[in-house]
Write a protein that binds this ligand. Structure first.
Ligand SMILES: C[S@@+](CC[C@H](N)C(=O)[O-])C[C@H]1O[C@@H](n2cnc3c(N)ncnc32)[C@H](O)[C@@H]1O
Length: 259
């Protein structure tokens, strides 16, 4: 079976099904969650790392028996298929690291699609517990989810064949104020260097990043320059996804590079 079909089947089997926001709120209510409370929580969003953790913890509270986190991903199912398709197309193989693995949707797919040893890291312990449950449920022996920080990757140098960071290299609102651009660029540069450090020569890195409307090309370049400065030899692809998601336009940048 071709990979794109495998990705679709995988997302279906994990309940990540294309749904509108209101439908998701209704499912949450039917599962015993508070529809309005969930709407409010999502509306609050998050600023900075610490409250990002609180945000995800809240999302997991709402999960109950229904995995709200995954249901919410169904809002942008087309995007997920696109992003995962592009990532897998770059040749998931050997030792794979996923930085900011969340509750493990992507690492389990990578584990099933050819990763020999797949490691997901995240800073949020509750998300990791959910990731572990998914790994166990899918019976994956080659995949694990462990605590780790994108700013301080504790792995041997030149260890991985493939490194991904899917919408996790920067936290939305992590930098704000007058010089936020400088801090943002520094963080992207530094985190790309961390990736270069743990990736083997000839290995592939994939980074995706949500950006504001009209900024897709700017951020494709930012990421590409960061890869080059971090010592990558070739940009394999830089592109973007852009689509109306109910009430606003959603843009995500995707860059793949070879070390
Ligand atoms: C927008 S989510 C993306 C999750 C997943 N990769 C996906 O595509 O759905 C960002 C993730 O980055 C994680 N994260 C935030 N700061 C981090 C850090 N310093 N190190 C590792 N992960 C971090 C969050 O806990 C969260 O799971």
């Amino acid at each position: 079976m071709e990979n794109n079909q495998k990705i679709k089947d995988y997302l279906d089997s994990e309940g990540v099904i294309c749904r509108k926001f209101d439908e998701i709120l209704d499912i949450a209510r039917a599962a015993g969650g508070d529809r309005e409370k969930l709407r409010d929580s999502l509306g609050e969003g998050y600023d900075g790392c610490r409250s990002e953790q609180e945000f995800y913890n809240k999302m997991l509270e709402f999960a109950g028996n229904a995995p709200i986190y995954d249901l919410l991903k169904g809002r942008s199912r087309d995007f997920l298929e696109w992003m995962l398709g592009k990532t897998v197309e770059k040749g998931i193989r050997g030792k794979v690291l996923d930085i900011g693995c969340g509750n493990g949707l992507e690492i389990c797919l990578f584990g099933e699609l050819g990763g020999q040893e797949v490691i997901g890291i995240d800073i949020n312990k509750k998300l990791l517990t959910e990731a572990e449950k998914r790994i166990k449920r899918r019976g994956l022996k080659n995949t694990k989810a462990i605590i780790g920080d994108r700013d301080n990757l504790k792995f041997p140098k030149n260890y991985f064949d493939f490194v991904t960071s899917l919408n996790s290299i920067i936290t939305d609102g992590e930098f704000y104020g007058r010089d936020s651009d400088i801090a943002y660029n520094y963080a992207i540069g530094d985190r790309t260097k961390q990736i270069a450090m743990v990736l083997k020569k000839g290995g592939t890195a994939v980074v995706s990043l949500p950006v504001s409307e009209g900024y897709g090309e700017v951020y494709q370049d930012k990421l590409s320059f960061s890869f080059k400065l971090a010592g990558f030899s070739e940009i394999l692809e830089k592109t973007q996804y852009s689509k109306y998601l109910e009430d606003k336009i959603f843009v995500d940048v995707f860059v793949a590079a070879r070390k």
